[in-house]
Design a protein around this ligand. Structure first.
Ligand code: SF4
Length: 395
């Protein structure tokens, strides 16, 4: 037993420190060196939402939804532009009435991201949305009535090069499925999805993705996992009605995080009762945490304690705000003292470890670089300047 432990220890002792550093220097290419971080994505076919590919080997896209009155074009465009600044890839807009679906014409002309029109029941809203610039229709073909209506709607999607999202939701399952299964459950959701898939396929329409959402993380993850096994259409992943900023973030991270980790999910939406911009930020953080997408600065920071040599929490809060405009992927460690500072700095592009008497150690690419004397310059100003410099050098 002792021998075994020694062997294990020896294995780590034998790793040359330089090699560890070299691996850490390339945060965007870690899977080659670190197979334990590798996620194998489910192979799915690719569709287009406007000019944004979804599925296949396309990056996992981040979506959000406006909560303005769609008829108020100015307010809706302003909100979409805020979402664009946060990095959103696709935005969904509700079309509850004719004026809303017709407003899409002006809205889509003023924004860069593709618009998904959210349609419930009224097939005519779907047709109007397709005619007025929607790149995708979120609609369940099984819920819109007669065969003629379904045909007309699918024809409009074909004519205007609109994709479709089948949006199964545990809260609005077909009555007969509820009777069959007794209550909303993953099997009922998957059966509902398969029915909608069948309708589209019967009309020679294959340009669609599917969501299978529930507010219960167990139900949602099980439904998506089952659906992923029975079809290769791209999946729009989300935990619906997840709650407010904190509850919703935790719930979504558990549910969607599990799916994404298992390689399931081609596009995501975090549903929060909060500013939609927060949904985008949380979505990106989720993808960044799993190494599925790299965007902007990731700050690694300690929770702080009595050993901290500067106010870590205040510094990180200010720093995250000041670095919001950076889209180049970079890692920055801000650690209160030498207990964990040098170790974390080894794995980040820029590091700061709190030192005594207001003198902190700065690291670049894992190597000690220089010391910063607080008072000469604030930590926040110094780190922001270093990050901007680094971004410029990357070009
Ligand atoms: S790194 Fe230092 S300051 Fe930060 S939590 Fe750990 S011991 Fe405390």
């Amino acid at each position: 037993m002792l021998c075994l432990q020694f062997d294990i220890l020896k294995k780590y002792i034998d790793i040359p420190p330089k090699k560890v550093h070299v691996e850490a220097m390339n945060p965007t290419d870690h899977t080659h060196h670190r197979p334990w971080r590798q996620i194998e994505r489910r192979s799915s076919r690719q569709i287009m939402v406007g000019d944004v590919p979804v599925g296949g080997d396309a990056p996992i896209t981040v979506q959000s939804m406006t909560n303005t009155d769609t008829r108020d074009v100015k307010a809706t465009v302003a909100q979409i532009q805020d979402l664009e600044k946060a990095g959103v890839d696709i935005v969904r807009v509700s079309c509850p009435d004719e004026e809303s679906s017709r407003s899409l014409k002006e809205i889509s002309a003023q924004v860069s991201v593709p618009i998904v029109a959210d349609i419930h029941f009224h097939y005519k809203r779907g047709i109007e949305a397709a005619q007025n610039g929607a790149a995708c229709l979120r609609i369940n073909p099984g819920n819109i009535g007669s065969e003629t209506r379904v045909k007309e709607l699918i024809q409009a999607a074909k004519d205007y090069n609109c994709s479709i999202r089948i949006g199964v939701n545990a809260g609005s399952l077909e009555r007969d499925l509820l009777e069959k299964y007794g209550e909303p459950c993953p099997d009922a959701m998957v059966e509902s999805a398969l029915r909608h898939i069948q309708i589209l396929e019967d009309h020679d329409f294959f340009n669609f993705k599917i969501s299978c959402k529930a507010s219960d993380v167990f139900m949602a993850t099980t439904a998506y996992t089952q659906l992923a096994q029975v079809c290769d259409y791209p999946l729009h992943v989300g935990v619906t009605e997840a709650g407010g900023l904190r509850t919703g973030t935790v719930k979504s991270s558990i549910g969607m995080g599990n799916l994404l980790w298992a390689g399931i999910g081609d596009t995501i939406r975090v549903s929060l009762s909060a500013d939609p911009v927060e949904e985008v930020k949380v979505g990106f953080e989720m993808l960044k945490a799993l190494g599925l997408r790299h965007k902007g600065v990731t700050v690694v920071s300690c929770p702080s304690c009595a050993r901290q040599q500067f106010n870590v929490i205040e510094t990180v809060e200010k720093l995250e705000k000041r670095l919001e405009h950076i889209s180049t992927p970079l890692t920055v460690s801000i650690i209160g003292c030498v207990v964990n500072g040098p170790g974390e700095a080894m794995m980040t592009d820029i590091g700061l470890t709190g030192g005594g008497k207001g003198t902190h150690q700065i690291y670049i690419g894992g190597q000690t670089a220089h010391r910063l004397k607080e008072g000469d310059e604030s930590i926040v100003d110094h780190v922001v300047a270093m990050v901007e410099e680094k971004v410029k050098s990357i070009g």
